[in-house]
Design a protein around this ligand. Structure first.
Ligand code: FES
Ligand SMILES: [Fe+2]
Length: 379
């Protein structure tokens, strides 16, 4: 299947009475579609990359690749968050490895050119005798950054429309979860060997819980639990799953409705939040290659809940729990990727228990055919 045929198939999800079928398997393995996604999806969408607690100090940074494009987000000396390309202006070495940390200056490991936290070149040895080189004009290119209730998003398109207006409804829904007062108690970065869409479609449904998470999540949010979804904009949709028994939050004052449900919110293409009692978990599924996905995430809790507690113990416990759930998803999804490469791979019929998957496919189709201006409004 060539990329034109795949996109034509995806476009059919935008029809009002579209058949509820899984993606064409080639969508998970096609280099042509990957190239198109790099441009049409990841080249112009807001990608959730961090929680602001990771970037609190001056010089704190997160460095990663967004669909093959190296990106660093850093807190400047002026307190501003900046998104920059870490690719050295000399001979292409990224000036910082993937990961997170803190620095005063970015020193390229290759020939030691040095860049300030605002991307300006501050030093380059043995360059004075090249009259064509103007150090004052040399700086790391910029990407757009937006912070929304503590979540940090990057857009490779510096002139992108702001994200905030698209998330207004999610923000209203989450008012009782007091996002700005949450603190990140644990975080992780993992690498999964699957196409990003295998991971994102999985995040959009609770149906798989009975298969992948029989002992961890199935008792509280069984795969067959009542699930409702809502599409808010070309960039945002949400899902609500009924708990087997309501939660008893310790700090937050939640409504009966909120105590009875797990709320999932999705920011196309990669970002998601799950609100569950006193805890919000964020997860971003960011492709690094056609068959590799970087999984960044964290556990957030109200600051009042961890006050006076041993933060290290809280972190270890939250990280250990996340590692178990993530491990269950990773193992399963890497197998799905193996299946996607089969000569017998075909599209399958979706269950009414996975309506969120269709919303994701629609967002994907819109992004690929650039129809986000034709958003029909509320569904
Ligand atoms: S590539 Fe960075 S200093 Fe040469
Ligand atoms: Fe899962």
């Amino acid at each position: 299947m060539d990329v034109g045929e795949i996109v034509a198939e995806l476009e059919r999800y935008l029809a009002p009475e579209a058949e509820e079928l899984s993606l064409p398997p080639a969508a998970f393995t096609s280099p042509g579609l990957w190239e198109l996604e790099r441009e049409q999806v990841f080249g112009r969408s807001w990608i959730l990359v961090a929680h602001v607690d990771e970037l609190a100090e001056t010089g704190a940074y997160v460095s990663l690749s967004v669909a093959g494009e190296p990106v660093v987000v850093v807190r400047g000396e002026d307190g501003e968050l900046r998104g920059m390309s870490p690719v050295c202006r000399h001979r292409l070495m990224p000036v910082v490895e993937e990961g997170s940390g803190r620095t005063d200056v970015f020193t390229c490991p290759y020939h030691l050119w040095r860049y300030g936290l605002d991307g300006r070149l501050v030093g380059a040895t043995h360059m004075k005798r090249n009259p064509a080189f103007d150090p004052a004009a040399c700086r790391l290119p910029r990407f757009a950054v937006e912070e929304w209730h503590g979540f940090v998003f990057v857009n490779l398109d510096v002139s992108a429309e702001p994200l905030g207006p698209h998330l207004r409804r999610i923000g209203d829904d989450l008012a009782n979860y007091r996002l700005p007062e949450l603190t990140q108690v644990a975080g992780w970065t993992e690498e999964w060997r699957c196409n990003w869409k295998v991971a994102v479609e999985n995040a959009h449904e609770n149906y798989h819980v009975m298969g992948f998470h029989p002992e961890t999540l199935q008792p509280t949010t069984p795969g067959g639990a009542e699930t409702r979804v809502r599409a808010d904009s070309p960039w945002a949709d949400s899902m609500r799953v009924r708990y087997s028994a309501p939660l008893e939050p310790v700090v937050l004052d939640l409504t009966e409705e909120e105590r009875a449900h797990l709320y999932g919110f999705f920011v196309f293409p990669s970002g998601s939040l799950a609100a569950s009692g006193d805890t919000v978990i964020w997860l971003s599924l960011i492709p690094s290659a056609l068959d590799r996905t970087t999984v960044r995430g964290g556990v957030l809790m109200p600051a009042a809940m961890v006050e006076g507690q041993d933060r290290e113990a809280v972190r270890k416990e939250a990280e250990a729990y996340a590692a178990v759930i993530n491990g269950e998803d990773r193992r399963g999804l890497e197998e799905v990727q193996r299946g996607a490469g089969s000569r017998f791979a075909e599209r399958g019929h979706l269950s009414p228990k996975e309506p969120g998957v269709v919303l994701f496919y629609r967002s994907l189709a819109r992004a690929l055919v650039r129809q986000d201006t034709d958003w029909p409004g509320e569904l």
